[in-house]
Design a protein around this ligand. Structure first.
Ligand code: PMP
Length: 406
């Protein structure tokens, strides 16, 4: 029989463990900079006004029911999702060589992509992640028995991109490796390649016939501009790459728990592209059927409604600007407070970095001391969720940092 008593204890998820510790702390000035979820200036979750509106429209529809979605998801949602990331006039869409499958948010998209590649990508390739990366990447690809490795990404000295190290590792990887790239607002570092660096990366990937897998969890959330945040993906499509894209609507719609996401496979241009994508789509359907049968409806209905309605779409863009703008303000404010106090070290990286997170450069020892002395909660690698800062706690946080680095 199955020796159930031999199952070892698994470690607690570090992030969700941190959240529990924060909740258990009853200090009134405690600060939560752990989880990557947007908070308003009062440290409260924010339901986007456009999401509220879409929700009311959906609920007032007498024809709304709870039937299953098709296996590949809500077609109006997946088509709009593809347009959003690729651009409406993308050759990958006009040439009908994209297959889009609705998934359980970004995580589900990564999983479906990983599962598909593990079955159909010839030669048992290694999957390369940035070091560091979103920790779940390792688990998702290991779970489908793909070998994993990493490329340098973050430079401890500049607190920016280690571009030379990154290029070297990608050049040294065996031909036809899978390279996972964060489309924008890299998690956990907040450091993105510049457009000219992306262009160099494209040349390098092409030379080695590597396969890009874009993880896009923050489109519109990083800069406040949907097209700008999709630039790298669109550039690689323009260059004729075949690729996977995992797309999350958790952050940019604030639909975290509704699990709205999409997986896109884009084939390269060519006469056979349409028949190739048809076969790929058929396999994705089989995989999806055995994994989740069909995806959850509600978040996709909300996001789909907004993306397909011109007025709602415009309102969404405003909501994105509100979120991205508040975070950019917090970056400026934190940097200037630290610089005003003469806090040891350089702090330009706080405003150079982009998106939800900042890699502060604080050491694990300092992070633990901040938690103990000042009740400030962040991950041990020194990452802070910028959304956890607001006009009420930023002064307290800056002073706590100043104290701990002196
Ligand atoms: N990739 C990255 C880099 C992320 O930061 C996240 C969210 N933390 C995801 C994927 C997926 O998140 P979700 O499944 O909630 O869409």
């Amino acid at each position: 029989s199955f020796p159930a008593d031999a199952v070892p204890q698994a470690p607690e998820d570090p992030l969700f463990g941190l959240m529990a510790a924060y909740r258990a702390d009853d200090f009134d000035k405690k600060v939560d900079l752990g989880i990557g979820a947007y908070r308003d200036d009062n440290a409260k979750p924010w339901v986007l006004p456009v999401v509220k509106k879409a929700d009311e429209i959906l609920r007032s529809d007498p024809a709304l029911n709870h039937e299953y979605l098709p296996i590949a998801g809500l077609a109006t949602f997946t088509a709009a999702a593809a347009k959003l990331i690729l651009g409406a006039d993308s050759p990958a869409l006009t040439e009908k060589r994209t297959s889009s499958t609705q998934t359980i948010s970004g995580t589900g998209a990564l999983h479906l992509g990983a599962l598909f590649l593990s079955k159909f990508f010839p030669g048992h390739p290694t999957v390369y992640f940035s070091n560091p990366t979103w920790a779940n990447h390792h688990q998702i690809f290991s779970n489908v028995s793909m070998p994993i490795a990493s490329y340098p990404y973050f430079s401890k000295s500049t607190k920016g991109l280690d571009f030379e190290g990154m290029k070297q590792a990608i050049a040294d990887a065996p031909e036809r490796s899978i390279i996972v790239l964060h489309a924008c607002a890299h998690n956990p570092t907040g450091v993105d390649p510049t457009q000219s660096q992306w262009k160099e990366l494209a040349v390098l990937l092409r030379e080695k016939s590597h396969f890009p897998f874009f993880d896009c969890a923050y489109q519109g959330f990083a800069s406040g501009d949907l097209a700008k945040d999709a630039w790298a993906v669109r550039y690689f499509v323009e260059q004729g790459f075949e690729m996977c894209i995992a797309q999350s609507f958790a952050k940019n719609f604030g639909l975290y728990g509704e699990r709205a996401g999409c997986f896109h496979f884009v084939t390269g241009p060519g006469a056979d592209a349409q028949s190739t994508i048809g076969r790929i789509a058929s396999q994705l359907t089989i995989l999806q059927r055995s994994e989740i049968s069909n995806p959850p409806a509600y978040g996709a209905r909300i996001a789909g409604l907004v993306m397909n309605d011109e007025a709602l779409f415009k309102e969404w863009e405003q909501n994105l600007k509100t979120m991205a703008g508040r975070i950019i303000d917090m970056r400026k404010s934190l940097r200037s407070k630290l610089e005003e106090m003469g806090t040891p070290g350089t702090w330009n990286h706080i405003t150079d970095q982009i998106g939800m997170f900042s890699f502060t450069g604080l050491t694990e020892k300092q992070v633990l001391k901040l938690r103990e002395v000042s009740h400030v909660y962040m991950t041990k690698n020194g990452r802070i969720s910028m959304a956890g800062l607001n006009t009420h706690n930023i002064d307290y946080f800056a002073k706590a940092v100043d104290k701990v680095v002196r």
